[in-house]
Design a protein around this ligand. Structure first.
Ligand SMILES: Cc1cc2nc3c(=O)[nH]c(=O)nc-3n(C[C@H](O)[C@H](O)[C@H](O)COP(=O)(O)O)c2cc1C
Ligand SMILES: [Fe+2]
Ligand SMILES: [Fe+2]
Length: 387
């Protein structure tokens, strides 16, 4: 029994893509990503989602092995994003009797993505609907905007498994060898982060169920210590900082702004700040910087002025934070400029468009390089940021 297989009746047929460079053409995945898919073998047989087109062959081999000659009665589609839905038309073609179970919104998307006419093989389900399979039965809960509008999750009542779609997923191997939380946090904030409200709504519905295992579409099946993982999701989707600490992030061309930022990080450490994380935005993955910003309750941003504006790696970072609904945090702003500093104004403007972001005084301007007076101003800012 491999790690993702849940029981003799709920078997993993998904695939682990180890060679993908960028998930969604933007997130580095050096340890790959899994596209989970399961088959439930009962009196009726249901395939739970398909996989990305990159892994069609591996998935079909797994599926044929587990079906052992049976034909699936149902394909259950939780989410229409192509990393899971790429093989719907293929499977519908291979098994002409198979019915496709999904929300009405998902069925509309099936028509958009594929040239297939399912006719009466299309089964539209909604909140609370059930699909009996024998001893096992699925109950569907809609989860709109837990990534896309058509998303639903399903609960298998006999084995008490929640098939949670993209929720509780992570980048990397489908196991816990990386400790789960860092790659799950990077996945959550970059992919689902904007939709904290819908995730909170899903958590409320899930709280009414007796769940023994959470089976996401990426990453490992969670079978133990469920309150830990659900607690992380509750904090993340509630935009509550997970830890006390400061992300010190800089955007610097020739190193003077970076020097000041590193000096500032030392000042925070001297003042006993619990966690101080440094990030060079021109080199760190923006997805990691976004995840760190959400992890901590404070952030300090240091950037050089650039062509009467803001150095691009900082502009890009702040735009990402805004897109992911960064909020409820305290932020220090430090600019550098040699003749007409402009970075601070732009950083403040972007931060002011975010909800409940408090910009801490003093606003510091470095004129090319650190001088004793800038050092003193940074000390004052460090005092403000150290509690
Ligand atoms: C391409 C380029 C554009 C710049 N544009 C501005 C500007 O518009 N206003 C300004 O005051 N300084 C500008 N500067 C100067 C830098 O912001 C300034 O020298 C700063 O000290 C650089 O910090 P760094 O060593 O961290 O890169 C520019 C520098 C470069 C290389
Ligand atoms: Fe998705
Ligand atoms: Fe996904």
């Amino acid at each position: 029994m491999n790690d993702l297989t849940i029981s003799d009746a709920i078997r993993s047929v998904g695939a682990y893509d180890r060679t993908l460079d960028l998930f969604e053409s933007q997130y580095p995945v050096p340890d790959g990503i899994s596209y989970n898919s399961h088959v439930i073998l009962d009196e009726k047989c249901a395939v739970m989602d398909t996989v990305d087109a990159r892994e069609t062959d591996a998935w079909l081999n797994n599926l044929r092995r587990e079906l052992a000659g049976r034909a699936p009665d149902y394909l259950v589609v939780h989410h229409m994003e192509p990393d899971h839905a790429a093989n719907i038309a293929l499977l519908a073609g291979l098994y002409p009797e198979m019915r496709v179970v999904a929300t009405a919104k998902a069925h509309a998307l099936i028509g958009q993505f594929f040239d297939i006419e399912l006719g009466d093989r299309a089964v539209a389900v909604g909140e609370g609907d059930a699909l009996p399979l024998g001893r096992r039965a699925l109950k569907f809960l809609t989860a709109p905007m837990v990534h896309w509008p058509e998303v639903m999750v399903s609960y298998e009542q006999f084995e008490k498994v929640l098939f949670s779609a993209d929720a509780f997923g992570k980048f990397g191997a489908p196991d816990f060898s990386d400790g789960w939380v860092d790659e799950a946090r990077r996945y959550y904030f970059n992919i689902v982060g904007k939709y904290g409200g819908p995730v909170q709504a899903l958590l409320k519905k899930a709280a009414t169920l007796d769940i023994r295992a959470i089976c996401p579409l990426h990453g490992p099946v969670i079978r133990e210590n469920l309150p830990f993982y659900i607690g992380k999701y509750d904090a993340w989707s509630g935009y509550r900082p997970e830890d006390k600490g400061v992300l010190v992030a800089w955007a610097s061309m020739h190193g003077h702004t970076a020097f000041a930022a590193k000096r500032f990080a030392e000042m925070l450490r001297q003042r006993g700040v619990e966690s101080v994380v440094e990030m060079d935005l021109s080199r760190a993955w923006v997805s990691k910087a976004v995840a760190s910003a959400f992890r901590y309750d404070r952030m300090a941003v240091f950037a050089a002025s650039y062509d009467a504006g803001l150095f691009p790696s900082m502009e890009d970072f702040l735009l990402h934070l805004k897109a992911k609904a960064y909020q409820k945090r305290r932020v220090g702003v430090v600019e550098n400029g040699s003749w007409a500093p402009a970075a601070g104004k732009r950083m403040r403007a972007l931060l002011e468009e975010m909800k409940d972001v408090e910009i801490l005084e003093p606003a510091v301007t470095i004129r090319s390089s650190m001088k004793p007076e800038t050092e003193r101003e940074l000390e004052r800012l460090a005092d403000r940021m150290s509690n």
